[in-house]
Design a protein around this ligand. Structure first.
Ligand code: 5GP
Ligand code: ZN
Length: 114
């Protein structure tokens, strides 16, 4: 999906502050951080939203969670606390339609998020 912003970031066509990369995942700093740590974690596979994941994506999604936990630990957030979230569709705040998880930490978060 070459017109997709996050596909372009994952391929390196658009520069980003890379945090992690392997064959299946890419993680990078959010361009407009909402917390001292604000990292986006994406599958390289173009999946528009959480509505579009299938049973076959299950193992990959599980590995994405393990990766998020690992990055949080590397950033020292495991003890401080962090938030991991995905917005699904515009009413929930999704603005880029390539599945991504926000890993945020370094400040206190309110609940509900509003
Ligand atoms: P969403 O609103 O879809 O849940 O999250 C999209 C996120 O992508 C936002 O937090 C926004 O700041 C970030 N973002 C949008 N465009 C870019 C970009 O070109 N580079 C980076 N690094 N982040 C971006
Ligand atoms: Zn994409």
């Amino acid at each position: 999906m070459q017109e997709c912003l996050f596909c372009k970031i994952a391929s390196g066509a658009i520069p980003s502050k890379k945090v992690y990369e392997d064959a299946d995942f890419f993680a990078f700093e959010d361009i407009a951080p909402q917390a001292p740590t604000h990292i986006l974690i994406i599958p390289k596979k173009h999946i528009p939203t959480l509505n579009d994941i299938t049973e076959a994506d299950g193992p990959m999604m599980g590995r994405l969670m393990v990766l998020a936990s690992k990055i949080a630990r590397e950033r020292g957030l495991d003890a401080k606390g962090f938030r991991l979230l995905a917005n699904c569709l515009e009413p929930a705040g999704q603005s880029v339609f390539h599945l991504h998880f926000h890993l945020m930490g370094g400040r206190v978060f309110r609940w509900p998020p509003g």
